[in-house]
Design a protein around this ligand. Structure first.
Ligand code: NAP
Length: 307
């Protein structure tokens, strides 16, 4: 069985940052990622608020640079689906793609996945007009009409991105106030292609081969109407991917892992970083900070274990 000082689970900004710090500190480290590196950041077209890039930087580009930087320090990367994490004595056994790996510490940075809306038609039309990634699928909707569901930063930022392709973008939000930051809201309000449909919820997604419309209910009056659209982009928040370590660590009621400021979970040797953590601000800048702290704390933890 392969053995490491630390196994990092998740290749988003938190995991990559932890990898940079761990590899640079000469720990034997491996990062495991089941898909593309960069996590949710890699599916964001433009990141405007990550310091150091005056005009912003594309999410995929930022992720690629972080990965190259980690590899330069010798971080090993394994592209595999992690199916389990178990504690064995002081060590951890991580199962990935039918192989077991042993580590003296684990940094859990598996991120979050998009939340489903849970309405009829959502599953049926996934990939046939329903999408959770404007960066991936936006270009399919050139000169078409699309709806974005949600009122947070992701929904409004991605609605702005979709205006590059679509002829019209409805933003359907369940309240009369958006959750997105004021700066993003203002940009969307100034964009002629965006029309807000507030105090409204999507009840159903309709179509035959492809999406043709959404049934929208006005939450104040209860009246329903059908809005013709070719695509529906769902951005109603995220859920942390923490079920894999639920038996090992303390989590909050929404499933986020509870840590202290050193990124230590309730399980000694198991650290958490990035969007999986219970915290107030989930951004690339806070994810990379978590990753750095976690790696430095792993180093301290391992040297204390040796004493
Ligand atoms: P979020 O801030 O939690 O917003 C989720 C939105 O979806 C809210 O407006 C919420 O409505 C709405 N919503 C939730 N459940 C719903 C349901 N069942 N039906 C209808 N609407 C529903 O999530 P987010 O926008 O994904 O952002 C997550 C974090 O990433 C935030 O900290 C955000 O600042 C950060 N972020 C993301 C991006 C990006 O992905 N492009 C960019 C910058 C920052 P209510 O407002 O009524 O609760």
């Amino acid at each position: 069985m392969k053995q490491y000082d630390v196994i990092i689970i998740g290749g988003g900004p938190a995991g990559l940052s932890a990898g940079i710090y761990a590899a640079r500190a000469n720990l034997s480290a491996v990062l495991m990622e089941m898909g593309m590196t960069g996590g949710l950041a890699a599916s964001t077209e433009m990141i405007e608020n990550y310091p150091g890039f005056e005009n912003g930087i594309g999410g995929p580009e930022l992720a690629m640079q972080m990965e190259k930087q980690a590899r330069r320090f010798g971080l090993e990367m394994v592209y595999a689906y992690v199916s389990g994490v178990e504690k064995q004595g002081d060590d951890f056994i991580v199962s990935a793609d039918e192989q077991n790996y042993r580590a003296r510490a684990v940094i859990f940075a598996a991120g979050a996945k998009p939340r489903y809306l849970g309405v009829p038609g959502e599953k049926e039309f996934h990939g046939r007009g329903v999408s959770y990634c404007a960066t991936c699928d936006g270009a399919f909707f050139r000169d078409k009409v699309v709806a974005v569901v949600g009122g947070g930063d992701a929904a409004v930022e991605e609605a702005l991105f979709l205006t590059k392709f679509a002829s019209k973008v409805y933003v359907i939000h369940r309240r009369d106030q958006l959750r997105a930051t004021k700066y993003v809201q203002k940009k969307a309000q100034e964009n002629d292609k965006i029309q807000f449909v507030l105090n409204s919820v999507v009840k159903q997604i309709n179509g035959s081969e492809l999406v043709r419309s959404v049934t929208v209910e006005d939450v104040l009056t209860g009246s329903q109407s059908e809005l013709p659209v070719d695509g529906v982009f769902i951005y109603v928040g995220h859920e942390p991917s923490t079920s894999m370590i639920a038996h090992l660590v303390e989590r909050d009621e929404q499933g986020y892992v509870i840590t202290d400021e050193q990124m230590r979970t309730s399980c000694p040797g198991l650290f958490a970083a990035g969007d999986v953590r219970h915290k107030t601000l989930r951004q690339v800048v806070t994810a990379v900070a978590d990753g750095a702290i976690a790696a430095v704390e792993v180093e301290k933890y391992l040297s204390q274990r040796e004493q």
